[in-house]
Structure formats: C-alpha cells, structure tokens
Design a protein around this ligand. Structure first.
Ligand code: SLL
Length: 281
C-alpha cells in the first residue's frame, strides 16, 4: 500500500487506549451447556477480543485484526474486519491454553504497518493464593485475562491526524449502532441556524453529562473515572495500582534500612573481634 500523501505532523504523538484479552467459561449443564457438535474433550467456551476502552468505537484507527490461534483448531488464522462500535472478537471452544498472535491492521490513512501483540489464552485462574485466583474471575465465573494498552501514533499524517481529532463525542445511545450522524464538530456556530445551534448545545451538554458520569467520549484518549461491571480499567484502578506501588516502596525502604543496620552491627562486631585478636596475650 502506498503511504498516504501529505505531510506528517511533526513533534506530535497521539495515543488511544484500548483493551485486548480473553474471557473463558467452563462448560456446565446449567449455566454454559456444551453446544451440539462440540467434541467431548472440549471443556470451555472462550473469546479473544480487541476493543475500545469502555466499549467505545476504535474502527476509525483500527481497520481489521488477525487472530492466529493454536494449529489444532480448524481454520486457525482468522481475520476480523472492523464493524463500527463492535469489538474485534473470535468465539471458540477448546480444552487447552496457548499463545494467540493478535495482528493489528490500521486504517490506510495512518500509513502504519501492521503490528502484532501476543496474548496467552487463560482457561484456568492462576495465582499464589485463592484470593489472587479470584481476581481473575468475573461474577458469572468467567476467567478473564484482559490487558489495557495504549496505541501511540507518532507524527501522524495530516489526514490521519484530522481523523483522530475529529471530535470527542459521546458514544451513540445504543453501542451497536452502525452509523453516527454526528460530525463530531462541536465548535463554530458561524452561519448556523438557531435550531442547529440548539442541537450543538444539547450535544455538548450530553457530552459533559456523560463525562461527569465517569464514561469516556468517542475519539478521545480518555479512560473512565471509575470502575463499572465489565470495565475494570479506570482512573480508580490506576489509583489502586499507584497505591500498591507506593506501599511496596515503603516496605522495600524499611527492609533496606533494617539490612543496612544489621550490616553495620556486624561490621562493628567484626572490627571489635579483630581488635581483640590483635591484642598481645
Ligand atoms: C496445551 N500447548 O498443551 C497447549 C495446547 C491446544 C488447545 C493447547 C483444540 C480445540 C479444537 C484446543 O483446545 N487446543 O480442537 O478445536 O495445553
């Protein structure tokens, strides 16, 4: 593919948050019955996905995703084309865990080459303690292994920059809608009728309200303010992680102080013993 014509925006980086990972659920006659025709040795149904944070659309920068599954799975290389507002996802059943190669293909305007991330399909929770294992389970018993990532576009082409910044707008009311009529532009007002201005104002209010509820806006780099069911990546989670790191640092400093004190005591003892040994008898 020829690179897009036009210049790059020098000295500028734009990032977009996204989430990828796997969700697995063991077969169970009551809650997750094995579908007809699935081999007896299959124990789980699972999904691998790439999606926007808070389920916002990302197809304006990500065009398609190739998932390379384990060779034991029929037709193991799968290409998923972007559908506005929907996750890129593959649903499968199986018995074993393996590494999935997830190749991201960007929109042509970006001029970016595809890039691969790797993700381990988790069917079984792991951890040193039961508590740690439980953090991998959602309420319904699903085993989740999800990763927050940020896609960085370094010095994007002009046309792509325009796409990326064409407006932070609230997600459409139903997240599955196929086309958003909003142009994304909320600025201006010149030459607009009173009715259009009123519409703009409403959109802006809706946008602020949505953000104040903690959600993110479409075509933005925002992350939610708080956690919600199925949405564990937020400023709240970030704060919890920061606190964990701070607490760990305090512990490390305390340990290091103790070791240093111990060392000093031992050095002193050694010096005393040496001095003793040097005394004439
Ligand atoms: C393991 N190294 O031993 C891994 C291999 C393979 C998983 C896991 C087959 C699905 C199907 C399946 O689950 N393969 O037959 O469609 O754990």
């Amino acid at each position: 593919m020829a690179p897009p014509s036009g210049k790059r925006v020098k000295g500028l980086q734009i990032f977009r948050p996204f989430v990828y990972g796997t969700t697995a659920l063991p077969f169970d006659d009551k809650t997750n019955p094995r579908p007809d025709g699935i081999p007896d040795d299959h124990t789980h149904s699972w999904t691998v996905f790439v999606k926007g944070i808070d389920d916002v659309d990302i197809t304006y920068w990500l065009r398609r995703v190739q998932f390379k599954l384990h060779e034991s799975i029929p037709n193991h290389v799968r290409m998923v084309e972007g559908e506005k507002g929907k996750p890129f996802a593959i649903h499968e059943t199986g018995w074993g865990e393996f590494e999935i190669a997830i190749k991201l293909y960007y929109v042509p305007e970006s001029g970016e080459k595809p890039q691969t991330v790797y993700h381990h399909l988790r069917l079984h929770p792991y951890g040193r303690t039961d508590e740690e294992k439980e953090t991998m389970r959602l309420n319904g018993g699903e085993v989740i292994s999800w990763v927050y990532e940020e896609q960085i576009f370094n010095e994007p082409y002009d046309a792509f920059y325009d796409i990326l910044t064409s407006g932070a707008v609230p997600p459409p009311p139903s997240k599955t809608t196929t086309a958003s009529s909003s142009s994304g532009g909320t600025t201006g007002g010149k030459g607009k009728s009173a009715k259009e201005k009123e519409k703009d104002k409403k959109e802006q209010q809706q946008m602020l309200l949505h953000r104040s509820e903690g959600g993110v806006l479409e075509r933005s780099a925002m992350i939610p303010l708080t956690n919600r069911p199925g949405q564990p990546f937020s400023r709240e989670t970030e704060q919890v992680e920061v606190k964990k790191l701070k607490d760990a640092l305090v512990k490390v400093e305390e340990l290091s102080r103790k070791v240093t004190e111990d060392l000093k005591r031992k050095e002193q003892r050694l010096a005393d013993l040496k001095a003793d040994a040097a005394k004439p008898v």
